[in-house]
Design a protein around this ligand. Structure first.
Ligand code: 3H9
Length: 694
C-alpha cells in the first residue's frame, strides 16, 4: 500500500507511504487519485491534508520510471485531479518536498511545513524541468525572478526562506500532523485558493528580462540544455494563459527528457548512490569511531586535507618537519579561509573556530591519540617508509593509517607497518578542500571496518568516496595517463596546444589537458618520467614537456609552460617558443605533421582513457563502470551532462563504435598503447553493456 485515506472528523488525511523517500511512483499516483475520490465522496470531510509517512514528504517523481515506457496515471493527471477537487487542500511538509513532490504541494491551497523542512525544484540537476506544473505555479506564487532562480539552480530552499518567498503558509515546530489538521480546520468553508488562478503581471519585470536570463544562463550553465528550456517555460507562464502554459511546459519537458544530457545526469544520480555499496562488505560492519585526525605534511595537499576536517568540526593535528613549513602551511590555510570569508561565505568567527581546530605540531608524539592519521608527504617510497615505520611506533592501537599517495602501492606501504589491516589509501584531489572526490584505496589486507570507516569519513567531510583496488595510479591517475599521452602526442602530430585544449573545453572539460599540465606543474611529470622504468610509458609523449622543463618553463607557476601566462592571470596565451619546440621535436622523431580534426582529438584523448578504464574494470580495480564515471566527474571535472567517460563511450559513442575506433588507432599507431581491452572486446562480441561487465 503506497497510500491510505483516513477520516478525522471533518478533516481527511491522505497519507503517502512509499519508503525510503516517498518517490511518486505509479502506485503513489494511483493512491493519490483514490484518496481524492474518497475525500470527495465523503460529505463529512470538509478539508483535506496530504501528508507523508517516513522520513520525508514526496521527494519527487520516481526517477527509476524515466527509463521505461510511460505508466499511467501520469503526475500531471494527478495534479489535474487535485485542481478539480472541490474542497481546500493542505500539504503537510517534512523532510524534502522536491520536484514532483513540491509540485503536488504547489497544487494544494496551503502549505504547512516543519521549520527544518526543505522544498525545491531540482529537476535541472537531472537534465529535465519541472513537468507537473512547477514552471507555471511557482512563478505565480513567489514571482518570476525568484522562481526562475530556484529552478535554474535546482538548489534546496529551507522552509523559513520558502515562507519568506511566499511558498509556505505556516512553519511548524513540533507535531506536524496535529498542526496541519488544526490549520486545515481553520480553512473549512473557505473557497478553494488555487495557485493557477493567480494572475501574473508582465509589467513587474525589467525590460529584456528573459533575454538577459538566457545570456547569463548560457555562461553559468555552459552547454546545458534544460536551463534554457526552463526559461522558455517560465516565459510561457507570463505570456500564455495557464492551460496553454502547462501544455508548453509538457512539450519542453519531453524535449528535455529525451535528451542525451537527461540520460547522462540521471545516470550520475544513481551512480553517486551506488558508489558506497561495496560488494562483499557486510552491511553490519561497524565503522570505527573517528573523533580526531592527524595529517602528516602541511604542504598544499596536507593543508587542504586538514581544512576538510576542520570544516566538519573534527579536530586535526597537523605535523611538519620544521617550524617554517608549519607556519607556511597554516598561513595558506588561513588565507584560504579569509578569502572565503571575504566572499561572505564564512564569518570571521567561523574562520577562527576552524583555525582553532587545527593544532600544529613538529612532534610525532602529538599523534598518539589520533583515530585517523593521513600521510601527505613527498611521493617517494623511501619517505613513506620512514613515515609509516614511525606511525607504527607512535599511533595508538586501532588507529587508521592512511596514505594520500596518488600512485604508489598501498600494499607496499602497509608492509612498512606491523598492522597492514589498519592501512589504506585516502587519495584526495587538488585542491583538496574543494574537489569532491576521495579515492579510497583498499589494500590486500585492509580490514572491512577500516574500509567502512573511510567511506563514513568521506560522507562526514562531504566527499564522494569511491573505493579502488591497488595498482599504479589506482582508477583516476591510471586512466589519466592515456588521456595525457594522447593529448601530448597530438601536438607532435600536427595539432596546436590550443586546438587540443579548445576541443576538450568545447566538449565540456573545465580546461584542456595541456592547460591542466601547466596548472599542475610540468616538473611533476618530468620527475616521474625520470624515475620510471623504460618501456612503461611513451617517451615521445613526454619529449616536448621535458624540453620545456629544461628551459625553465614549468607551467603557470613560472608564467610559462605549454602556454605563456601574464602575471597573476590564468588565461593561456599561445607561445611561439613552444610552437618551435613542438616542430623541432616532431622532426627529431620523424613525425610528419598533418591536419588533425576535433573528432580525432576527442576520440584519441577519451578512448585511450576508456580503454584503460575497461582494464581497470576487468582487473576489479573499480567495482563498476559507474564508479569510474564518478571518479572522473568529481576528481577531474568531466562534465556531468556527458555522464562520465565510460557512460560517454557506451551511450554517446556506443561500445561497438568505441572498439572499432580503438582498433583503427591501433592500426595507425601500433598496438603498444591501443590494444583493445579484452573486456571491451568481450562486451561487444556478446552485445552487452558495462552493467553486465562483471
Ligand atoms: C521530478 O520530480 C519530475 C517532475 O517535475 C515531473 C514528472 C512528470 N526516485 O539520496 P538518498 C532513492 S524529477 C527514485 O541516498 P538521502 C535513491 O536512489 C525528481 N528513487 O537519500 C536511494 O536508493 P538506494 C525530482 C529515488 O537521504 C534512496 O532513494 N526530485 C528518488 O541522502 C535514498 O536516497 C529529485 O531530484 C527519486 N526521486 O537524500 C530528488 N530519490 O537506497 C532526488 C531518491 O537504492 N532525491 N531515491 O540507493 C534526492 O535529492 C535525495 O534522495 C533526498 C534524500 C534529498 C530526497
Amino acid at each position: 500500500m503506497s497510500g491510505r485515506f483516513e477520516a478525522h472528523g471533518d478533516v481527511g488525511i491522505l497519507w503517502i507511504d512509499n519508503p525510503p523517500v516517498n518517490a511518486i511512483s505509479q502506485a503513489v499516483r494511483v493512491a493519490i487519485l483514490d484518496g481524492l475520490k474518497q475525500a470527495e465522496a465523503d460529505s463529512a470531510i470538509k478539508v483535506l491534508v496530504i501528508a507523508c509517512a517516513g522520513r520525508t514528504f514526496m521527494a519527487g517523481a520516481d526517477i527509476t520510471e524515466f527509463s521505461g515506457p510511460p505508466r499511467l496515471p501520469s503526475l500531471p493527471e494527478v495534479i489535474d485531479a487535485l485542481d478539480a477537487f472541490s474542497k481546500p487542500v493542505v500539504a503537510a511538509i517534512h523532510g524534502t518536498a522536491f520536484g514532483g513532490g513540491f509540485e503536488v504541494a504547489l497544487a494544494c491551497d496551503y502549505r504547512v511545513a516543519l521549520a527544518n523542512a526543505q522544498v525545491g525544484l531540482p529537476e535541472v540537476k537531472l537534465g529535465i524541468l519541472p513537468g507537473a506544473g512547477g514552471t507555471q505555479r511557482l512563478p505565480r506564487l513567489v514571482g518570476i525572478e525568484p522562481a526562475l532562480q530556484a529552478m535554474i539552480s535546482g538548489d534546496p530552499i529551507p522552509a523559513p526562506a520558502a515562507q519568506e518567498m511566499g511558498a509556505i503558509d505556516k512553519l511548524v515546530v513540533g507535531d506536524l500532523t496535529e498542526a496541519a489538521v488544526a490549520f486545515a480546520r481553520e480553512k473549512i468553508g473557505s473557497p478553494r485558493r488555487r495557485v493557477r488562478d493567480i494572475t501574473l503581471s508582465p509589467n513587474s519585470l525589467p525590460a529584456g528580462f528573459f533575454d538577459t536570463a538566457r545570456q547569463r544562463t548560457a555562461k553559468e550553465k555552459r552547454n546545458l540544455f534544460s536551463p534554457q528550456r526552463i526559461i522558455d517555460a517560465v516565459e510561457a507562464a507570463i505570456t500564455l494563459p495557464f492551460d496553454q502554459g502547462i501544455q508548453r511546459e509538457q512539450d519542453l519537458f519531453f524535449e528535455c527528457a529525451k535528451s542525451s544530457q537527461a540520460k547522462a545526469l540521471q545516470h550520475v544520480f544513481f551512480a553517486e548512490r551506488q558508489v558506497s555499496k561495496i560488494p562483499g562488505l557486510p552491511a553490519d560492519v561497524k565503522p570505527r569511531s573517528i573523533k580526531s585526525v592527524a595529517i602528516i605534511g602541511a604542504g598544499t595537499m596536507g593543508g587542504g586535507i586538514a581544512m576538510n576536517f576542520a570544516n566538519a568540526g573534527i579536530p586535526v593535528t597537523l605535523l611538519e618537519v620544521n617550524q617554517e613549513g608549519l607556519d607556511r602551511g597554516l598561513g595558506v590555510i588561513r588565507k584560504n579561509y579569509e578569502a572565503t570569508a571575504a566572499k561572505g561565505r564564512l564569518t570571521s568567527e567561523q574562520v577562527e573556530t576552524r583555525m582553532g581546530l587545527i593544532k600544529p605540531t613538529l612532534s610525532y608524539d602529538a599523534l598518539a591519540d589520533a583515530d585517523l592519521i593521513i600521510e601527505a608527504v613527498f611521493e617517494t617510497l623511501e619517505i613513506k617508509k620512514k613515515v609509516f615505520e614511525t606511525l607504527d611506533r607512535v599511533a595508538k592501537k586501532g588507529a587508521i593509517l592512511a596514505s594520500n599517495t596518488s600512485y604508489l602501492s598501498i600494499d607496499t606501504i602497509a608492509g612498512y607497518t606491523s598492522r597492514p589491516e589498519d592501512v589504506l589509501g585516502m587519495h584526495f584531489f587538488s585542491p583538496a578542500n574543494v574537489m569532491k572526490l576521495l579515492e579510497i584505496v583498499r589494500g590486500a589486507r585492509t580490514a572491512p571496518d577500516v574500509l567502512a570507516t573511510a567511506l563514513d569519513v568521506a560522507k562526514r567531510i562531504k566527499k564522494v568516496g569511491v573505493v579502488a583496488g591497488n595498482c599504479h595510479g589506482f582508477i583516476g591517475n591510471r586512466m589519466l595517463e592515456g588521456y595525457g599521452r594522447e593529448g601530448s602526442l597530438l601536438i607532435l602530430e600536427g595539432a596546436t596546444p590550443q586546438q587540443v585544449d579548445q576541443a576538450l573545453v568545447k566538449f565540456g572539460m573545465p580546461m584542456g589537458v595541456l592547460q591542466m599540465f601547466d596548472l599542475a606543474g610540468l616538473d611533476i611529470g618530468y620527475k616521474s618520467r625520470k624515475d620510471r622504468e623504460p618501456g612503461t610509458f611513451d617517451v615521445k609523449s613526454g619529449a616536448v614537456a621535458d624540453k620545456l622543463v629544461e628551459m625553465g618553463r614549468l607551467g603557470q607557476k613560472t608564467k610559462a609552460g605549454f602556454y605563456d601566462y601574464e602575471s597573476g592571470q590564468r588565461t593561456p596565451i599561445p607561445s611561439d617558443v613552444v610552437a618551435k619546440v613542438i616542430e623541432e621535436t616532431a622532426a627529431q622523431y620523424g613525425i610528419k605533421r598533418r591536419e588533425i580534426s576535433e573528432q580525432e582529438i576527442l576520440e584519441r584523448c577519451f578512448l585511450a582513457m576508456v580503454n584503460i578504464g575497461c582494464e581497470v574494470l576487468r582487473e576489479g580495480i573499480a567495482y563498476r563502470a559507474s564508479d569510474i564515471d564518478i571518479v572522473y566527474l568529481y576528481g577531474y571535472g568531466f562534465p556531468a551532462h556527458r555522464g562520465g567517460p565510460m557512460f560517454w563511450a557506451e551511450h554517446e559513442l556506443g561500445l561497438p563504435k568505441a572498439l572499432e575506433r580503438i582498433r583503427e588507432y591501433a592500426r595507425q599507431h601500433g598496438p603498444r598503447w591501443w590494444t583493445p581491452s579484452p573486456l571491451l572486446e568481450r562486451l561487444v562480441a556478446e552485445g552487452k553493456g558495462f552493467a553486465q561487465a562483471v
